[in-house]
Design a protein around this ligand. Structure first.
Ligand SMILES: *Cc1c(COP(=O)(O)O)cnc(C)c1O
Length: 238
């Protein structure tokens, strides 16, 4: 089925402004409840959102966007105000070449072939691409992502690639999962961060938390929360 851009057109600019303020406040509350003083970055996930609303959000102070469809991103990116963009969606190896010089981080790397292609293409552009290893923390059979058990091995393999810098982990916890899933992810991240064979100095990013669970994610060490519908309203697909 073809998904077409229809976008969250009922959401007013005022709605976006109110949601943004509430989300920032909730992140701060979750941080202080957890005794955290480090940074948590708010990413606006802009899939299906039209450029006017994206640019309004950037005007409010949002400086990081997340896109998860290559074609949609290519169609829209010329219309954005300047902002940093991370790629967060499932990425086919043959699409890497389209985004490699247009994003500053790829969150969804879950196989070595993809990592190798990213490294190769980054090299052609004289870049070192920041990536996150996507972890299937809930062990869901249908979902992409590396199993927690094979994460250490995967990180060690990726580390050998010349034009990639492994910055940390990303996950999409199963909807409605318990807090123990977030705890497990935090433990995995902290273990790898403490492992000198994986962390050669830049392993500092845990991308976890979406509109429905970002406060729990912040409680458990997330450094980037990825918020779509909570900011822009519900996505409509045609
Ligand atoms: C769509 C999406 C989000 C945002 O989801 P919301 O529940 O709308 O906040 C976050 N991460 C990824 C990978 C996504 O595809």
């Amino acid at each position: 089925m073809q998904e077409k851009l229809l976008s969250n057109t009922q959401t007013s600019f005022d709605d976006i402004k109110e949601s943004y303020a509430a989300i920032c406040e909730n992140i701060e509350k979750a941080k202080s409840a957890a005794g955290r003083t480090d940074d948590v970055r708010l990413m606006a996930v802009t899939k299906t959102v039209d450029p006017e609303r994206i640019n309004y959000a950037i005007g409010l102070g949002i400086d990081l966007l997340g896109e998860n469809r290559v074609q949609e991103f290519m169609d829209k990116r010329e219309q954005y105000s300047p902002a940093e963009v991370h790629f967060i969606g499932g990425l086919q190896t043959n699409k890497v070449k389209y985004i490699i010089d247009k994003v500053s981080m790829i969150h969804s790397v879950d196989n070595l072939r993809l990592a190798e292609e990213i490294s190769k293409r980054a090299g052609q552009h004289g870049l070192v691409m920041d990536i996150l290893a996507e972890i299937n923390i809930g062990g869901e059979g249908t979902k992409g992502g590396i199993t927690p058990e094979s994460t250490g091995e995967f990180c060690a393999q990726v580390r050998e690639l010349p034009h990639i810098r492994l910055r940390g982990l990303m996950t999409i916890p199963p909807p409605g999962c318990g807090e123990d899933t977030f705890e497990a992810m935090q433990r995995l991240f902290n273990d790898l961060r403490a492992d000198k064979s994986v962390n050669t100095g830049a392993f500092d990013t845990l991308s976890m938390g979406m509109s429905g669970d970002y406060e729990t994610a912040v409680k458990h060490g997330s450094t980037i929360v990825r918020i779509g519908s909570g900011l822009f309203g519900y996505r409509k697909y045609l």
